[in-house]
Design a protein around this ligand. Structure first.
Ligand code: LLP
Length: 439
């Protein structure tokens, strides 16, 4: 992927930087981001949209995939919009200098404090998930004499072909107003009647890591059918059709993602066909890619340590990180591909399971990775496509510190997030003698 290659020392290099140098300078585990690849992905999405003349479109990066100050600044510099789903992500975005108007706020249980923070900042749009939020947002806006642009998140009743934990469009989902049972109709009516909510359109996100066009097209058809009904019955004019994120990426050599152009063509052409069918004006098309912008750009570097050979059963090689920096294998049985970064030119011919160091049997990063025979203690293991939902889902389980994040480009490496220290781990702890309730 991207600028990853084997250099003349037989080492993996990323962005023109030898990964053994990265490990030496910044330590391991280390998240390495190829920023040129992130920018290429952004350009691919933009280019795919630009091929549709006269189309009004917007790309908002779903910052839950990977949110840090430097990352948000890269997004701002690339002229994208930004999605946040919590006060913490909003805070990060504002601190990074993202223009509030370019921020959209998602989430199925935004607190009053989070909504107030968004209204104070005057962000671009709130994607309203449920009636509780609809009512609170209207009354908060009324109290402040402020109007806010909103989209309603709808649940089209489409089951995306992906892991059930990251499926969101099915009828029984916790997210959004269901299209199929009249809930969304009531929500549109209520939003139109709310004097301080400026209803711009609807949003759906049917799931993540999707490899097929059908789910996106099906969701759009259902949304446009309802948009037609709302135009006819409620005089509601759909300005924005937001189809969320979900575009799948390559984790292993077996993965066959769609081409970005195919994905965008599917969305735009389906929406256009439905507009023709229902004689509606083409809405602006908004998307919210997360994983597809940063996933393949991220590589995690680990140092290998202990090994265990259960003869005839399995061989393990343990690394200095694990489920604390990448929960995806244990949470979703997610598959990854790894190489021995300092022996990248050696033939990979031995099956080894790459184990994490957490006290948990399920902490296996890759079952049956294929590594060179002589890869062992002290060698550098690179796990690819860890850029999305790796750092952002990291934990402190076993009191492991969160790794550093490094951006690499054109032969240069720069720290984007410092490695945590043990001191950081106990920063919020209060000693027993200071707990007044304790005798
Ligand atoms: N928009 C909304 C409303 C979302 O809920 C999500 C992801 C996205 C956009 C971005 O989706 P993406 O393009 O990244 O697929 N932790 C899981 C993924 C959870 C995704 C949640 N929502 C994982 O590691 O696979």
């Amino acid at each position: 992927f991207g600028t990853q290659m084997i250099n003349d020392r037989g080492h993996l290099s990323i962005g023109g930087v030898d990964t053994t140098d990265l490990a030496e300078e910044f330590g391991t585990p280390l998240y390495v981001y190829d920023t040129a690849l992130i920018k290429n992905k952004i350009d691919e999405f933009k280019h795919a949209f630009r091929r549709h003349d006269g189309l009004n479109w917007q790309i908002a990066y779903a910052s839950k995939a990977f949110s840090t100050i430097a990352m948000i600044q890269l997004i701002e510099e690339q002229d994208l919009l930004l999605d946040v789903v919590s006060g913490g992500e909003l805070y990060t975005a504002l601190k990074a200098g993202m223009a509030p108007k370019r921020i959209h706020f998602h989430g199925n249980n935004k607190s009053d404090a989070e909504l107030a923070m968004a209204l104070d900042a005057k962000i671009g749009a709130v994607i309203v998930d449920n009636f509780f939020e609809l009512e609170r947002l209207e009354s908060m806006c009324a109290a402040r004499k402020q109007t806010v642009a909103v989209l309603l998140r709808v649940t089209p009743g489409i089951e995306a072909h992906t892991h059930e934990f990251i499926m969101t469009g099915q009828d029984a989902s916790k997210f959004g107003f269901n299209l199929g049972n009249g809930m969304a109709d009531r929500a549109v009516k209520q939003a139109l009647q709310a004097p301080h909510l400026d209803l711009k359109g609807i949003h759906s996100h049917i799931g993540s890591q999707i490899f097929e066009r059908d789910g996106f097209a099906g969701a759009i058809r259902l949304m446009m059918e309802h948009a037609y009904k709302w135009t006819r019955d409620l005089a509601f004019h759909l300005e924005v059709l937001n189809v969320g994120g979900g575009f799948g990426i390559r984790y292993t050599q077996d993965d066959q993602p769609l081409a970005i152009e195919d994905y965008i063509d599917t969305i735009v052409n389906t929406a256009a066909e439905e507009c023709t069918r229902y004689r509606l004006k083409m809405p602006a098309i908004w998307i919210e890619p997360g994983r597809s912008l940063v996933g393949e750009a991220g590589t995690t570097l680990y140092t290998a340590g202990a090994s265990k050979d259960i003869i005839g059963v399995r061989k393990y090689l343990a690394v200095d990180g694990g489920m604390s920096d990448n929960i995806r294998p244990s949470l979703y049985q997610a598959q990854y591909w790894a190489i021995c970064a300092n022996k990248a030119a050696d033939p990979a011919d031995t099956h080894v399971s790459i184990a994490g160091k957490c006290c948990e049997s399920g902490d296996i990063l890759i079952k049956d990775a294929v590594l060179p025979k002589n890869c062992g203690a002290g060698d550098l293991i690179a796990v690819f496509s860890t850029g999305a939902y790796g750092y952002s889902m990291a934990s402190h389980y076993n009191r492991l510190v969160n790794p550093a994040v490094v951006f690499v480009e054109s032969g240069n490496a720069t720290l984007a997030v410092r490695r945590e220290t043990y001191e950081d781990l106990i920063r919020q702890d209060i000693p027993l003698k200071n707990l007044s309730c304790y005798k």
